[in-house]
Design a protein. Structure first.
Length: 559
């Protein structure tokens, strides 16, 4: 903690005088130069000394003087602590993640004597140094620290860091300067880690990667995370081999990755999936997951670790209780699914995959009693230029037009539709509408005979029911129930923006009681819905009266 306080103090001192992205580079370069000048490390790397010198030339001399005075009062171990803390204050090792996450990933690697550790995309070496520190605290002697980094400046700085931390030990270190995805790097290891860049997309049509599974070719269509993971696993050797990958949810449900996911399952390499709390990385709200790989797994541990986290404070990252997560992950209560069970699931996100859904009584597939299809391929943006105030005989239905499960036809926008092909997406009386790409799933029944042709956007699904078998309002009632919501959650993709596929929706099992039973339930539901809307209207009226209450009362008193 003292080292972190020193770093914070120094960072505050240089703020505004040195570009923020250069602070850690300055600290590392200065530490490397200082340790060489004072014979604390051998200093055999002339190229690194030159790079450090070039960095220091861009720093005001008084700041170098301040840092030198600070280092004079520090032992070599304290200097190493200062450098280590600077990595995690800036937290460049994981795109502004927190050291709890580093500790959790390190724990899952199950470090032991003689391990060789590899970080694919090693940045400034933060993960390697953090894990080395953890090993040394536990008297574990690692044999090697390896990394690959495509950014030449970070590659050089990480080599400086590793030289400072490993020169007086038997730990070998090597950081390759290479393109992570295309270059070959002859490194073998038994413990590995990767955190692929979030949201990265590969460009080009001819980029194909032969995976570790000879029957699978990964391309630009696949999630980049799986390409990184494949690279990580390709040189992971040894019976005690373990690896950890930090990924986004898309890797766990994207249809284009399903073949690769199933091969990973069949290989027995996937040991577990840990769902992390949203906000664990402080520069993004994207939900992240830890994938744990080892050998000869017959089932996969699934665990939602959100319960073992603190609330966000002062916009900082959420902290996770590493010990509790580790204890639960390795405990008897952690949920497991065997390979066949997980293969049958299209979504491996633990909170979704572990849903317990009771089969409805007299259940049938929705496709047996309704035609389920997606709306037009156009989004709201595509219709912007077609919006008009004139009555054209065409109207547009968007997600925002569904309020409290109801649609007011009179408030729908007119569109100038010259594309007759859109007519097939026009709504009919008693169609059921389900939003399929939104932050919240909305459901509504077209309970009026449309006067115009109402076109829905591609972010909606239409369920056109066979009214001789299924009452449309009954379907809405069921889908809005707790059981129906669980069913929808089991097929939804995405975290912030929920996506539902029409094919998967058509395959859900819904209850199918007698039509008269469905009708009576629907009738009661509509009565309660009408009462609710009347109460809401009354509440709005009273709220409006309260806003003007003072003026009306004071005017009456004064008149």
């Amino acid at each position: 903690m003292e080292n972190k306080n020193l770093v914070w103090e120094f960072a505050n001192r240089v703020r505004g005088r040195v570009p923020e992205e250069m602070v850690v580079e300055f600290v590392i370069s200065f530490a490397y130069d200082y340790c060489n000048s004072n014979d604390l490390i051998p200093g055999n790397e002339t190229e690194l000394l030159n790079i450090a010198g070039e960095s220091l030339e861009r720093i005001p001399s008084d700041l170098k003087f301040d840092l030198e005075n600070m280092f004079l009062d520090l032992s070599f171990d304290e200097i190493k602590g200062f450098v280590s803390s600077s990595l995690f204050i800036k937290q460049r090792f994981m795109d502004n993640s927190n050291d709890n996450l580093l500790a959790l990933a390190s724990e899952l690697l199950e470090l032991s004597n003689g391990d060789s550790l590899f970080d694919l995309g090693s940045g400034l070496g933060g993960f390697l140094i953090g894990t080395l520190n953890l090993a040394q605290e536990r008297s574990i002697e690692l044999s090697a620290l390896y990394g690959v980094e495509i950014n030449y400046n970070q590659h050089a700085l990480s080599k400086m860091v590793l030289e400072i931390f490993t020169f007086d030990s038997s730990v070998k270190s090597k950081i390759n300067y290479a393109n992570i995805l295309t270059d070959k790097y002859e490194l073998t290891y038994n413990k590995g880690f990767v955190y692929p860049p979030l949201g990265m997309k590969l460009m080009g049509n001819d980029l194909n990667y032969i995976s570790i599974f000879k029957n699978i070719v990964l391309s630009t269509r696949n999630s980049v995370e799986w390409i990184f993971i494949d690279k990580l696993l390709s040189n992971l050797k040894g019976e005690d081999a373990r690896a950890v990958a930090l990924v986004t949810g898309r890797t766990l449900f994207s249809a284009v990755d399903r073949d690769y996911r199933n091969e990973i399952l069949k290989s027995g390499m996937l040991e577990g999936i840990i769902e992390l709390p949203q906000g664990i990385v402080d520069n993004t709200s994207i939900k992240l997951f830890l994938l744990i790989f080892s050998k000869n797994n017959k089932n996969v541990r699934l665990f939602d670790a959100s319960m073992f986290s603190s609330k966000r404070k002062f916009n900082g990252p959420i902290k996770v209780d590493v010990k509790q997560i580790i204890d639960f992950y390795y405990g008897n209560d952690v949920a497991k699914k065997d390979i066949s069970e997980l293969t049958d699931l299209s979504n491996w996100i633990p909170s979704t995959a572990l849903l317990t859904i009771d089969s409805p009584i007299n259940g049938v597939k929705l496709s047996e009693v309704a035609h389920v299809f997606t709306g037009s391929q156009y989004t709201v943006r595509n219709f912007q230029e077609a919006l008009t105030d004139e009555n054209t005989g065409y109207k547009l239905l968007t997600s925002s037009d569904i309020q409290d499960g109801l649609i007011d036809e009179s408030n729908l926008q007119n569109i100038d539709n010259k594309d007759g092909k859109l007519d097939k997406f026009a709504l009919e009386y008693e169609d059921v509408i389900i939003t399929s790409k939104s932050s919240k799933v909305k459901i509504a029944v077209i309970d009026f005979e449309p006067k115009d042709k109402i076109i829905v956007t591609g972010g909606m699904i239409i369920a056109r029911v066979d009214k001789s078998k299924l009452n449309p309002t009954f379907l809405k009632v069921f889908l809005e129930s707790d059981q129906g919501q669980l069913l929808l959650k089991s097929i939804q993709k995405g975290i912030s923006i929920i996506t539902i596929n029409a094919t998967e929706l058509s395959n859900i099992i819904i209850p199918l009681p007698q039509l008269d039973v469905q009708y009576n339930i629907s009738k009661k539901y509509n009565r309660k819905l009408s009462s609710l809307m009347a109460l809401k209207a009354e509440i709005l009226k009273i709220e409006d009266e309260l806003k003007n209450f003072y003026y009306e009362e004071i005017e009456e008193v004064l008149s």
